[in-house]
Design a protein around this ligand. Structure first.
Ligand code: HEM
Ligand SMILES: C[C@H]1O[C@@H](n2cnc3c(N)ncnc32)[C@H](O)[C@@H]1O
Ligand code: SF4
Length: 351
């Protein structure tokens, strides 16, 4: 990109509508609790933000949190975003979903709902979620989504404690007839910092992502590894071994996407208006109370650095896969304090 060219608009924005939550998960990047949120964007500010997003492009807008369903104007904001031409989706822990809630979400144009399930049973899931009964409630939430015909996906965060359950979670997602299973690999940030010992070791990463690649061949579920940029290297290495070209026809959307999208196609907006590359990387490109979203997206030094892969350091900087992987900038930051440093959880030695 030359200085005069505008960056591509974001394709996906995760928006923390509120930092407040009815659960208190051990790994929560937002360290969310049930305490009243301070400094949240009000309805007017939130709509102004939606206007600014829509004037830039028409990304998927993920209403996230905290728990977005504890914010009373969630329906009003979803409706507003839908009317502006955005594809609005909702990310919830699933415990507050009743059929009436789902009906309202459909009415305001929510296209898909993600439910977080971190275990194949209540023992594991409730252990993550800090509240007994969270698993059963989330299951009831899924039943409500199905009964109302809402598309849904399951989001699972992987750590050492549930790694062995991932095949069971995949089976469960299949039998629940979910549209997708998205796995997130723990980033030790927020309350997740206390779980740094539970990050799976690099060799296990490698193994689970190879497994994931194989599973994609046998399922109609959309499987996506988020915050696991090395997947895009592994996919190419596997395809090469199989004598296959990586293309949309053979590998679907993964063929045209890349590992870390933070600052290039994705960003996170906090409940107080801070714009970040992602929710797991606590560095701020700007605040929408001071500048327009478009100005921040197009001009912030932070985002422009993340768009320039030649700035990557260490192994990531030398890697022949840097354009398709790029390492997790949040994990690099958590480990070193420098978001351009090498991804600490990658086993690969660049040629
Ligand atoms: C359609 C329904 C979808 C829902 C409900 C959903 C939900 C989520 C949520 C909750 C997050 C975490 C954001 C946060 O709270 O910090 C997230 C992150 C992310 N999602 Fe999805 N997602 C959806 C679809 C997609 C699609 C289609 C893509 C493909 C481009 C995608 C790519 C990502 C990426 C790149 C991240 C950020 C993590 C990173 O930095 O790599 N999501 N998604
Ligand atoms: C939006 C999704 O992000 C997950 N999530 C929350 N905190 C973290 C973290 N520190 N690392 C990885 N995933 C996380 C939630 O469990 C939810 O499924
Ligand atoms: S991960 Fe989601 S459900 Fe859990 S405490 Fe954080 S915001 Fe709440």
């Amino acid at each position: 990109m030359t200085m005069s060219e505008k960056p591509n608009p974001p394709r996906l924005i995760a928006w923390e509508l509120t930092s407040r939550c009815n659960l208190s998960c051990v790994h929560c990047r937002g360290a969310s609790t049930d305490e009243e949120a301070i400094g949240e964007l009000d309805t007017f500010e939130a709509k102004t933000f939606i206007d600014q997003v829509a004037s830039l492009g028409s990304p998927i807008l993920i209403l996230s949190g905290g728990e977005p369903l504890v914010r009373p104007d969630v329906y009003e904001l979803a409706h507003y975003g839908t009317n502006k031409g955005l594809r609005v989706v909702l990310a919830t822990n699933g415990t507050l979903l009743e059929r009436e809630t789902v009906r309202k979400l459909k009415e305001v144009g929510i296209k898909r709902v993600s439910i977080s399930l971190d275990g194949a049973d209540s023992a594991t899931h409730d252990g993550f979620r800090g509240v007994e009964g969270a698993f059963d409630k989330a299951m009831e939430g899924i039943e409500a989504l199905k009964a109302e015909g809402m598309d849904f996906q399951i989001n699972t965060t992987i750590t050492k404690r549930n790694l062995g359950e991932i095949p069971r979670i995949l089976k469960m997602a299949t039998s629940l007839k979910a549209d997708a299973l998205h796995i997130f690999l723990l980033v030790p940030t927020g309350r997740g910092e206390n779980l740094a010992d539970e990050e799976i070791p690099p060799a296990e990463y490698e193994r689970i992502l190879h497994w994931f690649y194989e599973q994609k061949k046998h399922t109609s579920l959309e499987l996506k590894a988020t915050c696991a940029p090395h997947y895009f290297r592994i996919m190419r290495q596997c395809a090469e071994k199989e004598g296959m070209e990586v293309s949309i026809n053979t590998h679907g959307f993964d063929a045209v996407s890349r590992g870390c999208l933070g600052g290039t196609a994705f960003c996170f907006v906090s409940s107080t208006g801070d714009v970040q590359p992602c929710g797991y990387l606590p560095v701020i490109a700007g605040n929408i109370r001071n500048q327009s979203f478009g100005e921040i997206w197009n001009n912030s030094t932070l985002f422009n650095e993340l768009r320039d892969f030649s700035l990557l350091k260490g192994k990531c900087g030398k890697c022949e896969y840097k354009n398709v992987c790029g390492g997790c900038r949040a994990r690099a930051y958590a480990a070193t304090g420098d978001y351009l440093e090498e991804e600490p959880y990658c086993i690969y030695h660049p040629r």
